[in-house]
Write a protein that binds this ligand. Structure first.
Ligand SMILES: [Zn+2]
Length: 149
């Protein structure tokens, strides 16, 4: 997995800072459309996960989309920028990466760009889910509850 879109913070001062490109044609309209689709996808996943909890007491439990407890804010505008992370087609990238591309015109890894252009969106209904009871049973049986199947 190649990591793309992880930025510096107090905890990780060696990571790069996101930089807006001076080139107004940094990204094609096609690529920006794709990025907007990923932004919508992240919102759909959040709604789906909330629905699963209400209806089935379950959550998404899939390495293709993971969420962290704390939410990141955009390093450039301070906007709250989510806590999701995708592992998809050979890349690991924060869900918030697309905000930087669409709203701040940052330059981005060419291979990542090619992957996004060439790939279908993740089908969120194919994400594995796990109920609270499953999680509890797993913890009790001593297996590592944080591991994904
Ligand atoms: Zn921003």
């Amino acid at each position: 997995m190649k990591k793309v879109g992880f930025w510096y913070s107090k905890d990780e001062p060696l990571l790069p800072k996101p930089m807006s490109s001076k080139n107004k044609n940094e990204h094609s309209a096609e690529f920006i459309n794709k990025c907007n689709e990923w932004i919508n996808l992240t919102n759909q996943i959040k709604n789906y996960d909330a629905m699963l909890m209400v209806k089935h007491g379950a959550n998404i439990s899939d390495e293709r989309y993971v969420e962290y407890c704390s939410s990141a804010s955009c390093r450039l505008c301070g906007h709250s920028n989510g806590n999701g992370e995708y592992n998809y087609n050979g890349f690991t990238f924060p869900a918030g990466l697309f905000h930087y591309i669409v709203d701040h015109n940052i330059a981005i890894d060419e291979e990542f760009k090619k992957m996004i252009l060439a790939s279908q969106l993740l089908d969120y209904k194919s994400l594995k889910i796990m109920t609270r009871i499953d999680k509890l049973l797993r913890q009790m049986s001593g297996s590592n509850a944080l591991r994904y199947e």
